[in-house]
Design a protein around this ligand. Structure first.
Ligand code: FE2
Length: 169
């Protein structure tokens, strides 16, 4: 049987597929490590790969969604016409741009990191940790904004306000 996490709401998640994890938890530290990995993966790591999708993929040759011809066997024989016949056509390119725009845009129902719509935590110790976490996120946000001031292409993918509390899409 794999390693499972069961939430207060009764949702069970099988995390045994995450590489590098033990098949069972024996200590509090192992649980902390596991939960940290889950939180990091579904927040910051997801934002790092998700938020720039459109910016990167909208230039279709960066990540063509399909290739219409096989790879050339002779590099010297490659022409611009062959490249254009190989890259996605206009319709496929538009589809790629639309999908990556939708996946990477700020989702209307997104909840930023450190914000909790439901009040799961009521204990003073937990509320203190949440307050400290929010304070650190605010400081980080201000630091990132200051670093990007005046930049022609600001890099805000990992600003806390752009990181979701969990993955919407
Ligand atoms: Fe995503």
């Amino acid at each position: 049987m794999g390693l499972e996490i069961r939430s207060k709401l009764g949702v069970t998640i099988d995390v045994s597929c995450i590489s590098g994890l033990a098949s069972e938890l024996k200590t509090k530290e192992e649980l902390i490590t596991l939960l940290s990995m889950v939180i990091f993966t579904s927040t910051s790591q997801h934002a790092a790969t998700n938020n720039g999708q459109f910016d990167w993929c909208a230039w279709v040759p960066n990540t063509p969604c399909t290739m219409r011809r096989p790879p050339p066997t002779d590099k010297d024989a490659v022409t611009m016409d062959m490249i254009m016949d190989t890259l996605p056509d206009i319709s496929q390119s538009c589809m790629q741009m639309a999908i990556t725009w939708h996946l990477g845009r700020a989702q209307p129902d997104a909840i930023p990191l450190g914000q909790y719509v439901e009040q799961y935590f009521t204990e003073p110790a937990a509320l203190k940790v949440i307050d400290q976490f929010r304070k650190e996120l605010k400081e980080l946000e201000e630091h990132i904004i200051a670093q990007n001031e005046g930049q022609e292409l600001p890099y805000l993918y990992l600003s806390p306000s752009c990181i979701e509390n969990s993955i919407t899409i």
